[in-house]
Design a protein around this ligand. Structure first.
Ligand SMILES: [Fe+2]
Length: 504
């Protein structure tokens, strides 16, 4: 596809010799000039071809130049029309401009004036087109800037889809991200003006088509379709998103135009957008991989801490499960849930600094020992605060022993001063601790654990979290048999739910 823009000019005048003179006068310019002395033929050509500028006589037998203006405006929103007339009046001039013509020439006119008027009309058109394209660039720039922030990949994908749709004046766009190894689809985002195209553009099997071609060039299929009795060019583009020769996803685009308007500039912009998507997808994958490896390492550490205390085996995993169920009921989003997993896994990491003799002590702790034990949230904070990936775990680590009435530690925060993460974890953590065997007592029953939550609702615990937790228990969303092997407790637990309602 060539980058050189050759304006398509149509001349409509029932005086054939005028058409010929104009064509000859424009011969030395890089224009394609189409002349019509038959007005009907001229209008038909305008309706069915790409047109940038129209030069038409005002009075042509049964036709008027206004008919030509109408036909041009219906098919080409930014085409320029110049009217020619031998009978100029102020009224005509005003009328012509009102009807959408850009300018008019009074017959007979000098050919230099004709050339100058056409040139001015095309410059005016270019200014309008550049301005439109500039507005679209704002979205485009947003995509480029957003690529640095990998935290919200879904928002980023939406931005790329919107930008593709604007840049290519598309009818439908989809963005499909995949795992470069397994080729499994991670996520599909689409934008479509017409629901009937959604299935086609979201078709993940197109990924294999791209893989089979072993090319990173866009696949472009064109066909002619008839809509409302007129022919349109329907173009289907599949643009691969590749990073380091690995396919990270595809962008599917459907454009439907009266004329084949896809330019090499638009394809260049599509390539830039897919490059931006590729680097963001790759960064996102590396970020997730790194987060996963760190979390695995720290989980191993958390397990090592549990192993020092025979009574807390499996505590971290169960607390993560319980906390996630509460968070789901509260409507937390994917990012909050991911942070919750990190926070719950690491919440007692500070116990690494508490001696075994204190952790496993069978008798009551001395004041000094208690102080050491209660320093584990602050100790945990010191361990993780320098690691960027674990910043989201901080509210869990530092505030899971705060109490709703301000009697907790380490900062004696009250009610909503305590981060919601800490308030939520406090309920899950304490509930599991009550059920678990401790050095100084056996694990309690489910109904006792629930009674404890109710008893300290509003003093130790946030009432909303307690109500939510008991509500999800009542809904049967917690598998106590699998988590705690507490089948025998269940009947008694269920009896205690008689009056429970969904939390407000
Ligand atoms: Fe703790």
């Amino acid at each position: 596809m060539s980058n050189i823009f050759v304006p398509q000019i149509v001349v409509v005048d029932d005086e054939k010799h005028i058409c010929n003179i104009i064509k000859e006068a424009l011969g030395s310019f890089n224009y394609n000039v189409h002349i019509f002395s038959d007005v009907k033929e001229g209008i038909e050509f305008i309706k069915n071809n790409k047109v940038d500028l129209v030069l038409t006589d005002l009075v042509m037998g049964e036709f008027s130049g206004v008919d030509v203006i109408d036909a041009t405006q219906k098919s080409h929103h930014d085409a320029v029309v110049i009217l020619m007339t031998a009978h100029p009046t102020v009224e005509i001039a005003i009328d012509v401009l009102k009807n959408g013509a850009y300018d008019f020439l009074i017959k007979p006119f000098k050919l230099d004036l004709l050339r100058a008027t056409i040139s001015r009309g095309l410059i005016h058109q270019q200014v309008i087109r550049d301005n439109v394209s500039l507005k679209e660039q704002v979205d485009f720039l947003k995509v480029i800037n957003a690529s640095a922030a990998e935290d919200n990949i879904e928002e980023f994908m939406k931005l790329v889809a919107t930008s593709c749709k604007n840049e290519l004046s598309a009818t439908a766009v989809s963005l499909i991200s995949i795992d470069p190894q397994s080729k499994a689809v991670y996520e599909t985002i689409y934008e479509s003006d017409d629901d009937s195209y959604v299935e086609t553009i979201c078709d993940a099997s197109l990924i294999h088509k791209v893989l089979n071609t072993k090319s990173h060039q866009p696949l472009i299929l064109k066909e002619t379709v008839e809509l409302d009795g007129q022919e349109y060019v329907k173009t289907f583009i599949t643009q691969p998103i590749c990073s380091r020769k690995k396919l990270m996803g595809i962008i599917n685009i459907i454009t439907i135009n009266r004329f084949d308007r896809l330019t090499s500039g638009q394809l260049d912009i599509l390539q830039l957008l897919s490059n931006s998507a590729a680097s963001t997808f790759m960064n996102f994958k590396l970020y997730r991989d790194l987060e996963h490896s760190y979390l695995q390492a720290f989980s191993a550490l958390a397990n090592a801490i549990e192993a020092r205390d025979a009574y807390t085996a499996g505590h971290t995993t169960r607390v993560c499960q319980l906390a996630e169920l509460i968070a789901l009921e509260l409507g937390w989003n994917d990012q909050q849930l991911r942070h919750l997993q990190i926070g719950c896994t690491l919440h007692d990491i500070g116990k690494i600094g508490v001696p075994d003799s204190i952790l496993n002590k069978q008798s009551k702790l001395t004041d000094e020992e208690l102080q050491k034990m209660n320093s584990h949230p602050s100790m945990g904070l010191k361990i993780i605060e320098g690691i960027e990936l674990f910043k989201p775990a901080i509210p869990y680590v530092i505030s899971h022993h705060e109490k709703y009435d301000g009697s907790g530690y380490p900062n004696q925060l009250v009610e909503n001063e305590i981060p919601i993460e800490g308030r939520l974890l406090a309920v899950a953590d304490t509930f599991d601790a009550i059920l678990s065997d401790r050095p100084y007592r056996e694990g309690r029953s489910l109904s006792i654990a629930v009674a404890e939550l109710r008893k300290y609702r509003g003093t130790q615990f946030d009432p909303l979290i307690v109500d939510t937790f008991i509500w999800i228990m009542q809904q049967g969303k917690i598998d106590f048999v699998q988590m705690y092997g507490r089948e025998e407790d269940l009947v008694q637990l269920e009896e205690s739910f008689v009056t429970e309602k969904a939390p407000a």
